[in-house]
Ligand binder design. Structure first.
Ligand code: SF4
Length: 342
């Protein structure tokens, strides 16, 4: 089987192409076509000689993974189901915001962490995505935008725990920031994590500009461990101590999925204020998207507002995210799960 060009970082491609007798700048040209111009068909690479193009096509697989299905809503959110070479499927979501687009990307097929409220967790863990499979999502979503050249935000919040696939995540972050590639600054990247402390520290060291979104979801360690089994291994106190002690250029984001009658009372909001004391934080409240396979309900607007009001009264910055694309079933992992079950 041929190697996939999307799995090569620029320095690796340069070395391989030089070794195969190409000129020093060919790798940069290839990167510009594949990423910057988003054209993976070697026949279109007009500034590379025909013989070289054909040779590259012999040496590498260059195409993105195929889109099997896509569903959009009237707010500009579109969800893509992407087929992998081994028959597994992943999802990527394109979200239109006021002044930019956000790409929500998957890093694993399924997820081992089994959060009680998450459709991806209920699928179990299949495997990590390769760097090429993650980059292929970026290129697919970018194609959807045609010649749009404005701001893009990349959020690793799709299927999987990004920090349990750290090596490939790091390869992706290096490739997307490549000036000859997508040239997306790490400042426009958010990695969402349930809190894998060792790899979180690596990420902060290797890519200090990347934003961190910590998936918290409970105002105390006991409830958190019930909702998120990973909390039995990754101590909440250690994570919060790390967040208190680590200087970052931008505030930490905490994600809090509001589950009706479980973690959404005003008393729990007060507990949350105490828990986050001393951490510069922005809180994203995400009213749960109901899923028939799970025992939770979406809180009503009044409950969400009461919860939010407590936090705001105590000086926290709070954004309520009535999740976009609810009508295309945009909860984490849901499209792949529903397709797999149908
Ligand atoms: S919420 Fe995130 S970490 Fe938890 S099971 Fe779902 S994908 Fe995994």
């Amino acid at each position: 089987m041929k190697p996939w060009i999307l799995e090569r970082q620029l320095d690796e491609l340069k070395e391989e192409l030089l070794g195969a007798g190409f000129r020093a700048f060919t790798a940069r040209q290839v990167f510009q076509w594949v990423y910057h111009k988003n054209m993976q068909d070697t026949a279109a690479w007009s500034n590379i000689g025909k013989a070289d193009r054909e040779r590259i096509a012999e040496l590498y697989e260059c195409e993105c993974r195929p889109v099997l299905e896509s569903r959009g809503d009237d707010q500009g959110t579109r969800k893509f189901l992407i087929g992998l070479a081994d028959g597994l499927q992943i999802e990527a979501v394109l979200i239109r915001e006021k002044d930019h687009y956000t790409f929500c990307l998957s890093t694993q097929v399924g997820c081992a962490l089994d959060c009680a409220f998450c459709a991806t967790g209920s699928m179990g863990f299949r495997r990590n995505l390769s760097s090429g499979e993650i980059l292929s999502q970026v290129l697919t979503l970018k194609k959807e935008l045609g010649d749009y050249s404005g701001k893009l935000n990349l959020v690793f919040m799709g299927m999987g725990e990004p920090l349990l696939n750290y090596e490939n995540l790091a390869r992706v972050l290096r490739t997307i920031s490549e000036p000859d590639g997508l040239s997306i600054s790490p400042r426009h990247v958010t990695v969402s994590t349930a809190g894998i402390l060792e790899n979180l520290k690596k990420l902060e060291k290797d890519f200090p500009q990347v934003r961190i979104a910590f998936s918290l979801n409970a105002p105390d360690a006991i409830l958190r461990a019930e909702l998120m089994p990973v909390a039995n291994r990754e101590n909440l106190g250690d994570l919060l101590a790390h967040f208190r002690g680590h200087k970052r250029s931008r505030r930490l984001t905490c994600e809090y999925v509001l589950l009706g009658g479980v973690n959404d009372s005003p008393a729990q909001a007060r507990q949350l204020v105490r828990l986050l004391h001393g951490i510069p934080v922005k809180l994203n409240l995400i009213p749960y998207n109901e899923n028939p396979a799970q025992p939770f309900r979406r809180p009503d607007e009044a409950a969400v507002e009461k919860f939010r009001a407590v936090l705001v009264r105590h000086g926290l910055t709070v954004i309520t995210r009535w999740s976009k694309g609810q009508d295309i079933r945009s909860a984490c992992g849901q499209l792949a799960v529903s397709t797999a079950n149908s």
